[in-house]
Design a protein around this ligand. Structure first.
Ligand SMILES: O=P(O)(O)OC[C@@H](O)[C@@H](O)c1c[nH]c2ccccc12
Length: 261
């Protein structure tokens, strides 16, 4: 049983609990759409993540103050903020998301393992603007159902893939925002060449490509940019940076130099 299987087993229990709850909207805030931000920007769009811990790294920064951190990301020019809401494996929570929602006016990605519409209701009620759907964890029917359900709630959807077969499924769905995860969620191996390999399968110039995971230095970001990524998703490197401002600037590369797809 891989960690991913364990996480999904845990999610099934969570879903059963959520179904018993009455989900009330906590916050409603109008923020710009991520998609629009990306279209208007000629700089790499950075989705900065709040990540206390992960199954691959263990503890990263357990004491992070999500509000202060989110404000800092916003001030530095993040296009969106990703909040890990899984408790068990990432030490995150929906409370984190809600607090971040109150603190910033940019789009927020609810970073979790979504397998049921009730989780989408819950994310939306707590102020998320974007949800993540991981193709590896869903059948094509489930993927389509959850995708359209989220869209119907005016949420944006980041559809995550890691190999060719998954990319084909994301394309079949006509996903507007596709994330290529450089980390294999089953083995935790990270390779930036995943982005290089899969990016060329995208032929629609309106599709927004996000390169996810493993960004450590500017050259990694440039590689993603040259492969066609308009955005990157960065967790660990920002969480561990001694000088966050410097790291952020290091990652802000021009997009105009890339072959504008
Ligand atoms: O910390 P990193 O290597 O910068 O990665 C961030 C993000 O891509 C990663 O947290 C992630 C991408 N897809 C996920 C799915 C579930 C949990 C976590 C993730």
């Amino acid at each position: 049983m891989t960690i991913l299987d364990k996480i999904i087993a845990e999610k099934r229990k969570e879903v059963a609990e959520l179904k018993k709850k009455n989900i009330e909207p906590v916050i409603e805030k109008r923020v710009p759409m991520f998609k629009e931000k990306v279209k208007q920007s000629n700089q790499m769009n950075i989705i900065a993540e709040i990540k206390r811990a992960s199954p691959s790294k263990g503890e990263i920064d357990a004491s992070v103050d999500p509000i202060a951190r989110a404000k800092q990301y916003e001030k530095l020019g993040a296009a969106a903020i990703s909040v890990l809401t899984d408790q068990r494996f990432f030490n995150g929570s929906m409370d984190d998301l809600r607090q971040v929602r109150e603190a910033v006016d940019i789009p927020i990605l609810c970073k979790d393992f979504i397998i049921d519409p009730v989780q989408i209701d819950y994310a939306k009620a707590n102020g998320a603007n974007i949800i993540l759907l991981i193709v590896a964890t869903l059948s094509q029917d489930e993927l389509a159902e959850l995708y359209h359900y989220a869209k119907g709630l005016d949420l944006e959807v980041l559809v995550e893939v890691h190999n060719e077969e998954e990319m084909k499924r994301a394309l079949e769905l006509n996903a507007e925002i596709i994330g290529i995860n450089n980390r294999d969620l089953k083995t935790f191996d990270v390779s930036l060449s995943t982005t290089e390999k899969l990016a060329s399968m995208i032929t629609n110039s309106d599709t927004i490509l996000v390169s996810e995971s493993g960004m450590k230095i500017r050259a990694n970001v440039e590689l993603a940019r040259d492969a066609g990524a308009k955005a990157i998703l960065v967790g660990e490197t920002f969480m561990l940076a001694e000088n966050l401002e410097e790291k952020f600037q290091e990652f802000q590369v021009e997009l105009s130099k890339s072959s504008v797809k």
